[in-house]
Ligand binder design. Structure first.
Ligand code: GTP
Ligand code: SPV
Ligand code: MN
Length: 582
């Protein structure tokens, strides 16, 4: 097979010339093709079949033990001008990066099959969607891309119609951490990844295309590509408001996107609709509102902590047609992870007999890959080519102290400052230390494809005459008490906070005007049926003036660290808050 598009054929031919594969396979995305790939992976040990009666058509993949997360220190944005990548990115000149990658790719697919994977990010018929082609030598990547994107013949047809596509080249190489790079060439709409088979390093439609390359394109085209979930909240009156939320990796997006309302809310008729759990592309619509699509078609979700109690929707979707990566298994071959709430591990994520001394049975960044269509709360609106209108945007991270449960930004500029100054404790989603607080603007520190200073300015630019922008909120589900326990119950109970936010949107709730933002009055949060004492609740929505003075000073240094390009509006907004705190 080949393509009707000469540019695509030529690119595939030139990659084959460089990498020397034994065979070339153009993926059509069909069931038959998938079955063949699965059979191949079962024979090579890339996949292990899980319990067929409890988990039909589910498989386990054990990755190389040194290839279990994104590698931020090996991820580069290669713009011709270093300043365009910004200090938020690692940078290499395009010429140096190409030379390095060409050397790694030379002959790297000898004896392997080169798969050509055409994919569409977003509904196949949406004008907001964008296409790409990933060339890979990993059948596991093909199987995951088939779940995570609209992959195959319809995507190829769209690419042939449009004539343009993002070029992603991926080889697992030898899975050697010392020969591993994830390179982005935004000016060439190209991605080159070598030496990893894991998640965001290898499924190039996800973080590499839909965030790093797309954010760069979005800036010049007047839209936003963000690390956000999209969720619809339907109230008992039957009105649905859509909310997007930026939380850093492993900070609760998947969980919020498919939350199950607490008992009283269910009884009253509240419903929650899942549009997306990781990535959101937002465009201003003709009515001035921001419209959002989820460019993905599946979820690549964190397994540990997922249970019937915390996320019953996720549990329900994981019982058929799912791929698990680096989880443990029970004696009867069911997937198992810490916090699953039942069963016992027999083997750990490396396939060894489970032994506590070896650490957790499931790797902390173990994941499931599953089609969004498997999710009970998935809404048909997620397939709407125009996207869904946003009523609110939330920023949040893991902060064991200081940051209140929720507050509202006074206006768009204040909201952009809130997003830009976000910080969060690092997690196992990337290699490196866990639990270190770092600034992670809009949860995009690892994903913005250009200079954060320009990115902040781009965010500010949406506030213009005729715009009808969502309200912006900051949330924090992760405050801890002196005993080190989470103060807020989180998960489904987070709907209580969303209810207050949406009442703010519709003008039905009051707020206290404080220096850092607009906070709920304790009496305005519905805590009926919650086992939460008054003192804890008051602490969750109070402002620690001294703590915030120090935070504002640190935010000032952070903004200054981007130099001349940092928008002065943001600095002025910060100064205003600091003055009010003084
Ligand atoms: P990425 O896929 O890495 O982008 O992560 P994510 O933001 O989708 O995070 P996810 O929802 O998978 O949650 C990560 C971890 O945080 C899981 O172990 C969850 O159980 C836990 N978690 C999620 N929501 C809450 C919450 O409201 N409170 C607490 N305490 N933990 C939560
Ligand atoms: C994240 O780390 O934010 C993820 C997982 O969603 S990965 O696909 O590896 O980026
Ligand atoms: Mn993510």
């Amino acid at each position: 097979m080949s393509s009707k598009l000469a540019a695509l054929n030529e690119w595939v031919a030139s990659v084959a010339q460089l990498t020397q594969p034994a065979a070339i396979h153009w993926c059509d995305g069909s069931d038959a093709e998938n079955s063949q790939l699965v059979a191949l992976m079962l024979s090579t040990g890339d996949l292990v079949r899980l319990n067929e009666s409890s988990h039909p058509n589910c498989f386990l993949h054990r990755s190389s033990p040194s290839d279990v997360a994104r590698v931020e220190h090996l991820t580069f944005v290669c713009t011709s001008d270093k300043e365009d990548a910004g200090q938020n990115n690692n940078w290499m000149s395009p010429a140096d990066a190409h030379a390095k990658m060409d050397a790694l790719y030379a002959g790297c697919m000898r004896g392997r099959t080169l798969y050509v994977v055409p994919y569409c990010m977003g509904p196949i018929d949406s004008p907001l969607s964008r296409c790409g082609v990933e060339i890979t030598d990993s059948p596991y990547v093909v199987a995951n891309m088939r779940i995570m994107t609209r992959m195959g013949a319809p995507a190829q047809a769209r690419i042939e119609r449009e004539g343009s596509f993002v070029r992603g080249l991926h080889s697992i190489g030898e899975l050697d951490p010392d020969r591993r790079f994830i390179m982005h060439f935004p000016e060439e709409l190209a991605i080159q990844s070598f030496g990893s088979g894991y998640g965001g390093n290898a499924l190039l439609g996800k973080k590499c295309h839909a965030l790093r390359i797309a954010s760069y394109q979005a800036r010049t085209e007047g839209w936003l590509a963000e690390h956000m979930l999209i969720v619809g909240i339907e109230n008992p009156q039957g009105e649905t408001h859509y909310v997007a939320a930026a939380f850093p990796s492993a900070c609760g997006k998947t969980n919020l996107a498919m939350l199950i309302p607490p008992e009283g809310y269910l009884r009253d008729g509240w419903k929650v609709w899942t549009v997306g759990d990781d990535i959101c592309w937002m465009h201003p619509g003709p009515d001035g509102r921001l419209y959002a699509i989820n460019p993905e078609a599946g979820f690549f979700g964190v397994a540990p902590g997922t249970s019937d109690k915390t996320n019953a929707n996720a549990m329900a979707m994981l019982h058929h047609d799912a791929i698990f990566t680096n989880v443990g298994v029970t004696a009867d071959n069911q997937p198992w992870w810490e916090g699953i709430g039942s069963g016992e591990p027999a083997k750990d994520w490396q396939g060894r007999p489970y032994d506590q001394a070896n650490g957790p049975a499931a790797h902390p960044n173990s994941r499931f890959t599953v089609s969004a269509k498997n999710c009970p709360s998935y809404t048909a609106m997620a397939e709407d080519p125009q996207g869904v209108p946003l009523s609110a945007i939330m920023f949040g991270g893991r902060r064991e102290s200081l940051v209140p449960l929720v507050f509202e930004a006074r206006d768009w500029t204040h909201g952009v400052l809130v997003g830009a100054s976000m910080a969060s404790e690092t997690t196992a989603a990337a290699t490196g230390a866990v639990g270190v607080v770092r600034r992670d603007s809009m949860a995009m520190k690892p994903f913005a494809g250009y200079n954060f200073a320009d990115y902040f300015a781009h965010w500010l630019s949406f506030d213009k005459p005729g715009a009808n922008l969502p309200k912006i909120f900051q949330v924090n589900w992760f405050r801890k008490n002196e005993a080190g326990k989470f103060m807020w119950p989180g998960f489904g109970e987070n709907l209580r906070v969303l209810e207050w936010m949406l009442k703010r949107v519709t003008g039905q709730a009051e707020a206290l005007d404080t220096a850092v933002g607009l906070l709920p009055k304790v009496s305005d949060l519905n805590v009926e049926g919650l086992d939460l004492d008054q003192a804890t609740l008051e602490q969750l929505v109070s402002v620690d003036r001294d703590g915030w003075k120090a935070e504002m000073a640190s935010i000032g240094e952070y903004l200054d660290s981007f130099g001349e390009r940092t928008p002065h509006e943001l600095k002025a907004e910060r100064a205003k808050i600091a003055a009010r705190l003084a």
